[in-house]
Write a new protein. Structure first.
Length: 175
């Protein structure tokens, strides 16, 4: 059970209602995490905009961003984010095998060298951000531009935040 009750969709204030409406239009529901964030309207409006920019802006393909989200969420044991983002990744072509192989991506033939570099970076950023050494960074630069590396860091960083938020508050999976 959630530790904090999310804002009911039908009682949201005007500013929050606009955020909720954008989710309804895009996905047919309002994620419970954003309904919980709506208890502080300034948070839900700014985080929704940041969330949209992190996932949709830039040149790194959405499927790779979603694989990063899933891997970070696996490492942080965030059932909430895994439920939502494995579904999205599946819509982009990922399979059960993809999710299993993510746990050993570096050795897996399932992923390209580019994908392996991104996943390894996300893992290191999640587990030990100071451990992102020069060798790892050089490997990243073989496959990504500086702006794409910033995109990957933003995805992994944002979902480390979301994972911790959802785990600590025991936000219920959106159905």
């Amino acid at each position: 059970m959630a530790r904090i009750a999310p804002v009911p969709v039908d009682t949201a204030s005007e500013g929050v209602k606009a955020v909720f409406d954008s989710f309804m239009a895009a996905r047919g529901n309002v994620p419970n995490m954003f309904r919980t964030l709506a208890l502080v309207p300034e948070l839900v409006t700014t985080l929704q905009a940041h969330f949209a920019a992190v996932l949709n802006a830039g040149t790194v393909e959405l499927k790779l961003k979603e694989l990063v989200v899933v891997r970070v969420s696996q490492l942080n044991n965030c059932d909430y984010c895994l439920a939502s983002h494995t579904k999205i990744a599946r819509q982009l072509g990922a399979t059960d095998e993809t999710f299993e192989e993510l746990q050993c991506a570096i050795e897996s033939p399932t992923f390209t060298e580019r994908e392996k570099a991104a996943i390894a970076f996300a893992e290191r950023l999640t587990v030990d951000s100071l451990g992102v050494d020069d060798a790892m960074f050089e490997r990243l630069k073989e496959h990504f531009t500086d702006s794409e590396i910033v995109e990957l860091a933003a995805v992994a960083g944002l979902f480390n935040y979301f994972n911790r938020f959802n785990n600590a508050l025991q936000v219920e999976i959106t159905r």
